[in-house]
Write a protein that binds this ligand. Structure first.
Ligand SMILES: NC(=O)c1ccc[n+]([C@@H]2O[C@H](COP(=O)([O-])OP(=O)(O)OC[C@H]3O[C@@H](n4cnc5c(N)ncnc54)[C@H](OP(=O)(O)O)[C@@H]3O)[C@@H](O)[C@H]2O)c1
Length: 337
């Protein structure tokens, strides 16, 4: 064989081998790409996994005299925390205190203040002592088309839900940042699924709850070096005194949209919320529909789980189309899940 023939044989061997290998090689690449991405995400996701203890720690809950806040206070007390609750009505606070004592034997501290009044909130928080877990839960909600909402109602909703949350956090933050060797701390905000997606009838309420998202994201960056972990909780409709009142004047369209995400009991929401707080999760959804909604609307929120950090961008493209029904957002999200 001369040199030219040898070269020809070698060339045809390489070409045939490549032809045989390339489909196999491509098949091999299919799982490798997502697996490598997951491995990279496992290294870079922030903040890192953490455990925030509740037992023997000071848990301060605004709006702790009713509904979700009261259920959270029961749960924190039954897990061995020192609990403080803040709300406006002294009689509701007394009632809540008695019910928690009866159920758990724990005597909670009560503080009567309006979250819109910074000085009153600050005084209550100072009196209560350094906080380890702050749960900003107070909230007001009335479903009404914006055209029927008075400017005073809109302002009231934003003032209690958003400005009030700033007041509570600002009042608690210096002592929380200054705490020494007390372990990881939490600042948790109770938002709503209407704080993830705008809902008919909730222009003011959604705006107030969307505001919490910006507050939480920026705050997390500011306090992570103090070992303080921010959590945003997104309950669906929940059976509470506030919800019962709101039902009386809810527009039909609002009811249809809200029904697409089901409803929950306060104890179930409190359990999901407390588990999320203890895990230091930035986002806490309370049911399956809420989980899908969180995947679709997460944006650039911090994510501790590399699995979810992988799934979130895949869900970010879900968009309603022009002729979708009033329940479009949740329907589309569910259909595309
Ligand atoms: N229930 C739902 O369907 C649902 C769904 C999603 C999200 N959420 C959110 O969950 C949180 C709790 O709602 P909920 O249904 O449990 O309400 P709720 O039963 O009406 O309880 C609200 C609590 O907030 C307190 N509060 C209201 N305005 C206040 C103010 N200006 N200053 C201090 N405390 C104030 C109330 O006490 P006083 O009136 O005595 O002040 C009460 O303790 C709210 O942020 C709400 O937006 C609720």
């Amino acid at each position: 064989m001369n040199e030219l023939t040898e070269l020809h044989i070698a060339e045809s061997f390489v070409t045939r081998s490549m032809a045989a290998i390339s489909p196999l090689f491509l098949l091999f690449l299919i799982p490798i790409i997502p697996l490598s991405l997951l491995a990279i995400l496992a290294l870079i996701v922030r903040p890192r996994p953490i455990k925030i203890p509740i037992k023997s720690r000071h848990v301060f809950i605004t709006g702790g005299s009713s509904g979700i806040g009261l259920a959270l206070a029961h749960r924190a007390a039954s897990e061995g925390a020192r609990v403080s609750i803040l709300a406006r009505s002294g009689s509701k606070l007394e009632e809540a205190k008695k019910s928690i004592q009866l159920a758990t034997g724990v005597e909670v501290a009560t503080f009567s203040a309006d979250v819109r009044d910074y000085d009153a909130v600050s005084k209550a928080i100072d009196e209560s002592g350094p906080i380890d877990v702050l749960i900003v839960n107070q909230g007001v909600f009335t479903a009404k088309e914006l055209v029927k909402h008075s400017p005073e109602d809109v302002k009231f909703t934003i003032d209690v839900n958003l400005v009030g949350s700033f007041n509570v956090i600002k009042a608690a933050l210096p002592a929380m940042k200054a705490r020494k060797d007390r372990g990881p701390a939490s600042i948790s905000l109770v938002s709503s699924q209407a704080g993830q997606v705008g809902v008919y009838g909730y222009a003011a309420y959604s705006a107030s709850k969307f505001g919490l998202q910006g507050l939480a994201q920026a705050l997390q960056q500011e306090v992570i070096s103090d070992d303080i972990h921010v959590t945003l909780i997104f309950p669906p409709d929940t059976n509470t005194p506030g919800f019962e009142e709101e039902q009386k004047s809810r527009p039909e369209v609002t009811a249809i949209i809200a029904a697409s995400s089901g409803s929950m009991e306060t104890e179930e929401v409190a359990k999901k919320a407390m588990d999320g707080i203890k895990a230091g999760n930035f986002t806490v959804s309370c049911n399956f529909e809420g989980f899908l909604l969180s995947l679709a609307t997460t944006g650039m929120s911090p994510q501790r789980s590399f699995w979810l950090a992988f799934l979130e961008p895949l869900k970010n493209g879900a968009k309603p189309k022009p002729n979708d029904s009033p329940t479009m957002y949740l329907e589309v999200l569910l259909a595309e899940a």
